[in-house]
Design a binder for this molecule. Structure first.
Ligand code: F6P
Length: 374
């Protein structure tokens, strides 16, 4: 028996299990859904309509570099799927878990208390074996032998390329949920974890700014981003960097030196250069600037701190919205797509298109940062 009590803003739902028969998983889920729907109706909240097919088992995997908010996405996939009477299996250590058939069942309770955690409770890896057709074949077999109807892949570009290869060898529907601090996935304006990484870098650089001003020094701060400059351009603008270097725009050391000399003449005795890791050897660059400009230059490489930490509210929100869309797509038997945020809406794009298209960087952001740093 189910009891629903409380005011419209506070509901308590409790179960009394009949003694004669042990309820199975779907009994409980069904009862819980009905209770919530009834309670919501009573207090005027319209239940979301669910016209999808009945999925039985969803797999979820986090792959590639970890990103803050991956746990929030695992939690959301699990709870949304369970609310539709679907069981969820979390594969361990990225693609390795699919190759090795290593998974654990996730329940609404087992994903409790993780929304605020960085990293991924499922662990992740960069799996070499998955780069071979044979490795992908093993993963496909794992999906088939466990009766997985749909797989949610939480990761970045590399993971989606892997997912696309897997889709060629399996009938399991696959949906990608973009999570990467690099924000370099085509089909979404923002990836889960990007906002957190930006804020982490901004916090660090604000501190470095204190030293730069005190010592009247130039600092080069190297941020991550792999081969792209999304992180560097957003971080650079938001810390008020004097110069931003990204792989997408060629630069000359001579021009950087001239800019610093002009700044010095204007009374700016210190400065921050935010450089994406993809621009090359920042240590060498620092030495060249120091020599040519005749000023002290220090290098600070922010590194892996950018990948960790508690996700910001925005990263958690994106994780929840993306997961909702991913489960919805699967329930409509709509696989082989990547979900994303496009112009304020949660959309889906063909996974192949996402993998094969380079996301353009916003050069306007760099122009604006330039003006703001004057
Ligand atoms: O993709 C995220 C990222 O942190 C990149 O910014 C960086 O280049 C890369 O991963 C580092 O990879 P790894 O964890 O394999 O050292």
């Amino acid at each position: 028996m189910i009891r629903v009590a409380g005011s419209s803003s506070q509901l308590f739902i409790s179960f009394t299990v009949p003694k004669a028969r042990h309820p199975n998983f779907s009994d409980i889920q069904q009862a819980s859904n009905e209770a919530i729907a009834n309670a919501n109706n009573r207090c005027g909240i319209k239940s979301r309509e669910w016209r999808g097919v009945s999925l039985k088992r969803i797999g979820v995997v986090t792959s590639g570099g970890d990103a803050p908010g991956m746990n929030a996405a695992i939690r959301a996939v699990t709870r949304i799927a369970h609310s539709k009477n679907c069981r969820v299996y979390g594969f361990e250590r990225g693609w390795e878990g699919l190759i090795m058939n290593a998974f654990r069942e996730l329940t609404p309770r087992s994903v409790g208390g993780i929304i605020q955690l960085g990293g991924t409770i499922l662990h992740t890896s960069r799996c070499l074996e998955f780069e071979s057709e044979e490795g992908v074949g093993k993963a496909a077999k794992t999906l088939a032998s466990n009766g997985i109807d749909g797989l949610v892949v939480i990761g970045g570009n590399g993971s989606f390329k892997g997912a696309f290869e897997l889709s060629k060898q399996t009938n399991t529907l696959i949906v990608g949920v973009p999570a990467s601090i690099d924000n370099d996935v085509f089909g979404t304006d923002e990836t889960i974890g990007f906002d957190t990484a930006v804020n982490t870098a901004v916090d660090e650089i604000d501190k470095i700014r204190d030293t730069a001003i005190s010592h009247e020094r130039i600092f080069i701060v190297e941020v991550m981003g792999r081969t792209r400059g999304f992180l560097a351009s957003t971080v650079g603008l938001t810390v008020g960097a004097e110069i931003i270097l990204v792989p997408e725009v060629k630069f000359e050391t001579g021009k950087i030196v001239t800019r610093l000399e002009e700044n010095h003449a204007k009374g700016k005795k210190s400065g921050i250069i935010v450089a994406a890791e993809g621009v090359g050897d920042t240590r060498k660059l620092g030495a060249e600037i120091e020599k040519d400009a005749g000023t002290e230059v220090r290098l600070s490489v922010l590194g892996y701190a950018q990948r960790g930490g508690s996700p910001t509210a925005r990263s958690r929100l994106l994780a929840s919205l993306f997961a909702d869309k991913a489960v919805e797509l699967l329930s409509h038997e709509d696989g082989n797509s990547v979900v994303g945020l496009l112009n304020g809406r949660i959309e889906a794009l063909d996974i192949r298109k996402s993998c094969e298209t380079e996301k353009p960087i916003d050069l306007g952001l760099l122009d604006l940062a330039n003006v703001l740093a004057s």
